[in-house]
Design a protein around this ligand. Structure first.
Ligand code: GLA
Length: 444
């Protein structure tokens, strides 16, 4: 996902409250935005409306026609590298998002200004091509192209985009941009007769297609579904074969704490694709043995011992991770529904070990971050989250332990890792599970 890194660099939002995030030197950062501080969504919307008027003011229609939409990033709680095996995942949408102010145009031109990049692009809906000079814009272009190709009656638009999902951190900044774009396009098309009525799930699938076919990143469907369909206070249990999604309540006394290792690695695209092909190879080899399987999702943990000898070592360990990780997701859903936080935490720890030892997508910094977190009293579970090779860990920390966690974890982490490998300063973000994408209603 090197392309992800380019998608939405974090620029602290000037309207946000400060103090929720501290870096290793203890300096306050202007993060996170909005609701986490009890205000802000409306402020952010008002700011973007102001920029839209200032940037594209001359041919502006009445201000009431400007719409503002948001789509969140996501953190995956458990179920890693299972989505492209038609398996199970359990992500949550988080209170960091991409926000777009948008208004329809009378022609078929799209103009987009990114506040993060301080760059603008312009293109025609009927000739959308890849933009090598403004890689961030390809998430917008790709989404609109896929929608247009599927027959959605799009309108030209002026858009101002701002995001505060850390980029390249495994928190799906690019899915948030795609989903926000799709929701904006649907809302603008709906302002005139003959809009289109793709539901949120269908929009998410179009966004995944855009990332696969236009941006060229072969991701699964988890990120876009989580950004689109997330529910406040809940994780989303997704069956990546049927795309059925069920909210699962999260314990209110355990906020989601995300630790960014500060490591960004370009290896991710090639290693991700390699893992995918190893999983496909496993399926092909099992089919040759006569097993009626379409994907690794179809192999149960009980069948593992029988099938393992049929697979070459490199493929065996990948398949074993996927088969057991699917089972861990099912057990996690049961544990969370029954309020067994400790059990869920243990499943997270087992997931990390499997990603480290079998799927081999962790790195020394992710391992160190998990290790120091698990030493802090009040931490029920910790694991790497997202594709791996850097980025973030996700931690289940009792609310009474969050301050201590924040104080100790980065210091201990820095004493364990080689600072020269860090591209950014490590961070701790305390997050809430939020609703998926939608319109921000105008104030009053
Ligand atoms: C990335 C991809 C997802 C998923 C995860 C690993 O985030 O975008 O589709 O495969 O990696 O679980």
């Amino acid at each position: 996902m090197a392309a992800l890194d380019e998608a939405t660099r974090t620029v602290p939002c000037k309207d946000s409250c400060d103090g929720h995030t501290s870096n290793v030197r203890g300096e306050p950062r202007l993060e996170p935005p909005g609701d986490a501080c009890g205000r802000g969504e409306q402020q952010k919307a008002a700011r973007l409306r102001g920029v839209l008027a200032a940037m594209f003011g001359a041919d502006a229609p009445a201000p009431s026609e400007v719409l503002v939409v948001r789509a969140p990033g996501r953190v995956n709680l458990i179920g890693e590298h299972t989505d492209y095996n038609e398996g199970f995942v359990l992500p949550a949408a988080i209170d960091r998002d991409v926000t777009i102010a948008v208004r329809g145009r009378r022609d078929r031109i799209v103009r987009v200004h990114s506040l993060n990049y301080v760059e603008s692009v312009e293109f025609a809906l009927d000739h959308i091509s890849y933009d090598h000079d403004h890689p961030w814009s390809n998430y917008v272009r790709g989404t609109l192209k896929v929608l247009a190709d599927s027959g959605a009656p799009l309108r030209g638009m002026d858009m101002v985009v701002a995001g505060d999902v850390p980029a390249g951190a495994g928190l799906s900044s690019s899915a948030a941009l795609e989903v926000a774009t799709a929701v904006a396009a649907r809302a603008v098309a709906g302002q005139v007769a003959g809009g289109f009525d793709l539901d949120d799930r269908a929009l998410a699938l179009k966004c995944q297609k855009a990332e696969n076919s236009f941006v060229g990143v072969n991701c699964g469907v988890m990120d876009q579904l989580a950004s689109s369909l997330g529910k406040a206070g809940h994780a989303l249990f997704i069956d990546c074969r049927s795309y059925d999604c069920e909210p699962v309540p999260l314990p209110c006394d355990y906020p989601i704490v995300i630790c960014d290792t500060g490591v960004r690695r370009g290896l991710r695209d090639s290693e991700y694709n390699l893992r995918r092909s190893q999983c496909e190879e496993a399926v092909m080899l099992l089919q040759r043995r006569g097993m009626p399987v379409r994907s690794l999702r179809d192999v149960s943990p009980g069948e593992l011992a029988r099938v393992e000898p049929w697979l070459p070592e490199a493929v065996r360990v990948r398949a074993k991770h996927v088969i057991l990780e699917n089972d861990r997701v099912l057990l996690s859903v049961e544990a969370l529904r029954a309020g067994r936080v400790g059990e869920f935490g243990r499943l997270m720890v087992a997931s990390h070990a499997s990603l480290r030892d079998l799927y081999e997508v962790s790195c020394p910094e992710l391992d160190a971050m998990v290790e120091v977190a698990l030493d802090v009293p009040g931490v029920a579970g910790a694991r790497m989250t997202g594709a791996g090779f850097g980025g973030c860990t996700v931690n289940l920390v009792h609310e009474d332990a969050v301050d201590e966690f924040r104080r100790t974890v980065l210091t201990r982490y820095m004493s364990k890792v080689n600072p020269s490998r860090l591209s950014l300063e490590p961070q701790v973000y305390v997050c809430r599970a939020e609703d998926g994408a939608g319109l921000i209603p105008p104030e009053g």
